[in-house]
Design a binder for this molecule. Structure first.
Ligand SMILES: NC(=O)c1ccc[n+]([C@@H]2O[C@H](COP(=O)([O-])OP(=O)(O)OC[C@H]3O[C@@H](n4cnc5c(N)ncnc54)[C@H](O)[C@@H]3O)[C@@H](O)[C@H]2O)c1
Ligand SMILES: O[C@H]1[C@H](O)[C@@H](O)[C@H](O)[C@@H](O)[C@H]1O
Length: 337
């Protein structure tokens, strides 16, 4: 069976997934595309031989579409997800689930009502070989009791449209999810620290870098440096400090350089480059589950909701600099592993 995919949102991520479906993914083809920009729709429909739609609801309810891939901007996700649930169609949705927890809760309630997991969220780091190895190392007990984690999320640059809040509810969502995945426990408190200095590369409305401190249920303390105009590359770091040993991600460069200055590892310059294989694996995972008629697995709406709760606490802390607690309601049975 070939799964017919409808892609909504044809910007940077949507186009990367379109290319992925055409070059990498097996068992699926893109049959329909949609965006609010008509010219983009026409161009992508022609390039990928898909039916053009200018309205997301029409694409979702089209008989040409078996499953929906949502790559529109975060604030548009909720309505599109709810429409896909109503149509009973499986959804792959890019992170964040929604920018705020109240909207995310509506998605949880709607999905629970369907009685089936219908959504896989695009937290691709869970499909990255480095993070997976780190999780195995922690779970094998090789590090002993985990005490601390040090994370860094460095982007070369961000557009002017990137707001101060997006450091939390767009970029840091990846660390919030991966912390929960690696440690198998929830985050209970957040504090955002604004360093006294900021880079001259950032737009005036940003404080860049920011440091976010998370605390987990068992007391693990995590610092996350969000430096989204670092200039030099796309650099994602994660080091886990245990009582017995320490483990972290390597640079994961595919090549090295030998040059007059010495020996060096090349560095990625975008998420597309750094997480290329992880994106391939997450999308293939989604297609396989849909093709086999199975309930979806991997990062869920619940993960997206909990991340949104942590983000809301982080946004409150961004305003007042105080530590904010995260209250997580009971997890519905649908999302018990
Ligand atoms: N997983 C990752 O590492 C990763 C990387 C980049 C972006 N993303 C996520 O992917 C999503 C898209 O990001 P992007 O960088 O491609 O943004 P983008 O701005 O490049 O593209 C967004 C597209 O969505 C369209 N759009 C906006 N509202 C819409 C609506 N209501 N219906 C249909 N189309 C609509 C816009 O016209 C635009 O073409 C975001 O949720 C973002 O957080 C994830
Ligand atoms: O939307 C993007 C995307 O999620 C990237 O993976 C992340 O590194 C960026 O900070 C964020 O703005």
């Amino acid at each position: 069976m070939t799964v017919n995919i409808g892609v909504i949102g044809l910007g940077m991520m949507g186009r990367d997934h379109l290319r992925r479906f055409s070059e990498v993914i097996s068992g699926a083809k893109v049959s329909a595309v949609c965006d609010i920009q008509r010219e983009t729709v026409d161009e992508m429909a022609k390039t990928f031989a898909a039916t053009p739609f200018y309205d997301a609801d029409a694409l979702i309810n089209s008989q040409q579409v078996d499953a929906v891939v949502i790559c529109s901007i975060g604030p548009a996700h909720k309505e599109q997800i709810l429409a896909a649930f109503k149509a009973g169609k499986p959804v792959f949705c890019e992170k964040p689930l929604t920018p705020g927890a109240d909207e995310a809760r509506q998605i949880i309630d709607a999905e629970v009502k369907t009685g089936k997991r219908l959504l896989q969220l695009g937290f691709m780091r869970r499909f990255d070989a480095g993070y997976q190895k780190l999780k195995q190392t922690i779970e094998a007990g090789e590090l002993g009791d985990i005490l601390l984690m040090h994370c860094a999320h460095r982007n070369p640059t961000v557009p002017e449209s990137y707001t101060l809040e997006m450091a939390i509810n767009d970029s840091a969502t990846h660390e919030i999810d991966i912390i929960r995945y690696l440690l198998n426990e929830d985050i209970v408190a957040v504090r955002v620290d604004r360093p006294g200095k900021k880079t001259s590369r950032a737009c005036p409305h940003l404080q860049d870098p920011l440091i976010v401190i998370f605390e987990t249920e068992s007391g693990v303390r995590i610092d996350d440096e969000l430096f989204v105009n670092c200039g030099y590359g796309y650099d994602i770091r994660c080091e886990v400090v245990g009582e017995q040993a320490i483990a972290g991600l390597t640079g994961q460069a595919l090549t090295y350089a030998r040059a007059p200055y010495g020996y060096g590892q090349n560095i990625a310059h975008s998420c597309m480059e750094r997480f290329a294989v992880a994106y391939d694996r997450e999308v293939q995972h989604f297609v396989n589950r849909v093709r086999d008629g199975k309930a979806l697995s991997g990062p869920s709406s619940w993960d997206g909701y909990v991340v949104a709760l942590v983000c809301d606490a982080g946004l409150a802390s961004l305003k007042d600099g105080e530590k904010h607690r995260v209250i997580i309601p009971p997890r519905p049975a649908l999302y018990q592993d």
